[in-house]
Design a protein around this ligand. Structure first.
Ligand SMILES: [Zn+2]
Length: 277
């Protein structure tokens, strides 16, 4: 995306950041820069064109590289729009610039390029000059948005987006992109199921409501005669048995009314007695 020197330095900066303790693609990662040996191994594994060196690496250099890693992390994870100028300027302190002929790259690149001059040839200073120069380039170009953290779940790997269309979202440590796609697919499926379920229950609710209405109609209509209908049938019995039943009911009712009357008279007397007290 940018010139080869910047691209290399940004890639190496990401590599440095990713030596820190964290999670890469849901896998816990221990700090990988805790000893002189580890620093030597880290530098040896980088692009030799960077000119990074581990010669003369001691415990002090390890600590200085760890400090550099911390500063770069603070710059890398700064909120977008908030250019971490102070931190960057402190990294750039003492770093010079020289112009050298371009020895590589495509024909449309300039014949010369600017390269940083480190404060000293010590490992931490060389790395600092290289990374600080690349970061100042991003800040000056308004491209700090390319300093990213992997979007994968359970992943805090640093990534740098060097694509033309700013499309890099995931690290290359594991299967972050694939996991994210699977998650997105499942989320879509769940959303579809949920909406189908909601639609289905609405339909079911409508259906049961309709059934309830029908049942109510049935109750008030055919199967359940109204009280007026019942009374009419009782007063005008049609079958032999119901005639007999009516006669029986009438007799019982008369008996009952009789008893009630007697009772009423008794209770009235009692009531009078009570009220006298
Ligand atoms: Zn990731």
């Amino acid at each position: 995306m940018f010139d080869a020197e910047i691209n290399r330095a940004l890639t190496a900066a990401v590599d440095l950041l990713n030596t820190a303790e964290g999670q890469h693609s849901a896998k816990p990662i221990p700090d990988d820069l805790t000893s002189i040996e580890a620093l030597k191994k880290f530098v040896a594994a980088r692009d030799s064109s960077l000119g990074w060196t581990a010669s003369g690496a001691d415990r002090d250099e390890v600590d200085r590289v760890r400090d550099l890693r911390r500063s770069v992390a603070a710059i890398w994870t700064a909120e977008e729009g908030e250019a971490p100028v102070e931190k960057l300027n402190s990294l750039l302190e003492g770093v010079g610039t020289k112009v050298v002929p371009t020895s590589e790259g495509s024909g449309d690149e300039s014949a010369y390029r600017a390269v940083p001059i480190p404060v000293s040839s010590k490992p931490a200073d060389v790395m600092t000059a290289s990374i600080a120069n690349a970061l100042q380039f991003l800040v000056v170009q308004g491209e700090t948005g390319r300093m990213r953290t992997c979007k994968g779940a359970d992943c805090d790997a640093a990534i740098v987006d060097l694509t033309r269309n700013r499309s890099k979202l995931f690290c290359d440590f594991g299967n972050c992109a694939n996991r994210a796609h699977v998650r997105a697919y499942r989320a879509r499926q769940a959303a579809l199921r949920e909406s189908a379920k909601r639609g289905g229950s609405e339909a079911a609710a409508k259906k049961s409501a309709a059934a309830g209405e029908a049942a109510a109609e049935e109750k008030s209509g055919r199967s359940k005669p109204s009280s007026a209908e019942k009374a009419a049938e009782l007063e005008e019995p049609t079958s032999v048995s119901s005639v007999a039943a009516k006669e029986f009911r009438d007799r019982m009712r008369d008996d009952l009314m009789e008893k009630r009357d007697k009772k009423d008279k008794k209770s009235k007397k009692k009531g009078k007695k009570k009220s006298k007290k």
